[in-house]
Ligand binder design. Sequence first.
Ligand code: F6P
Length: 364
Amino acid sequence: MSKRMKICINTGGGDAPGLNAVIEAVTMAAYNRQWEVYGIKSGYTGLLNTDEIIRLTPEKVDGIASVGGTILGTTNKGNPFSMPVCNALGECELRDVSDKVMENFKRLRFDALVAVGGDGSLEIAHRFAEKGMPVVGVPKTIDNDMGGTVITFGFDTAVSIATEAIDRLHSTAKSHDRIMVVEVMGRNAGFIALNSGISGNADVILIPEIPFDIEKVCDKLMENELNGRKYAIVVVAEGAIPKGGDVVIKGEAEGGRQHVVLGGIADYVAKEISKRTGKDSRSMVLGHLQRGGSPTTFDRLLSLRFGAAAVRAIEAGKFDHMVALKSPDIALVPLEEALGIQKRVDVNGDTVLTARDIGICFGD
Ligand code: F6P
């Protein structure tokens, strides 16, 4: 009989639909091996203040696979290798408190950690693996920009929500002969914009991988007009870049790996369109709606498969790896290898070609 393990799990970075499904699968797969499972609260922060570590049981996780968010909480500010430590006067400095995390992990006699997160959280996981912590990663992000895996969970849900929103915009755009510009998430990757834009029958899709010329966008809209289509839908990724320009930002990020908060490009594009074409334009930002609520069936299943595969990886002693979808199978990829890849939309790939073939303009 294999060793009875005592394992723990945390969720870090921005939340993504499917996190709870991973927690459920890890708990159940461990329970069915007669292992103990513990939930670490708020990313790695829960391994610094260990009071809130919770025992995960089948009762605790029953039915959570269909629920959005994470029962463990998450943060994109809790990097133990660079943690803001503040004194009574509110003066803060960044300190490396990773040894404290290692100490607590050993004191609590954990055999392994399942770290669920995006590139930021998995980079931290890799650094802990280098310090000797047995870690298995589970990649998550709605942006789908993690290397080493065909897809991350959360992405399908975000695309479904964005597509539904775009579908709804058609009727109001048509009623008013308006240009509706909708901004979707994705950070510096255009996957959400591309997939939802094609599926939602957009006229124009603007993504970070293809810098756009606003004149070309307006030409496309005027061509539509001449052909009798007086309204249009423009889907713009939050990280889209005008040719010769830069990303539009809302402000500085308070921590984590993202240095800036992206946002505002839809407003810029809508104003430019109105100015240049005289057409009535409106912008809207879908924002965190894309991360909320129940995961789609695809994301639920992928998350459950990832969670169970992470437990099998622990059983096999495959640490410093992450589970990944290598369709149709779940594989294990070294964290270092996955973190070395910045996944972006392939501008010569089939999905972009499909969009071009059906007449969608990228503003290039
Ligand atoms: O990485 C996921 C993501 O939702 C991005 O698409 C977006 O830019 C960012 O997180 C938003 O982060 P926050 O929740 O901190 O506003």
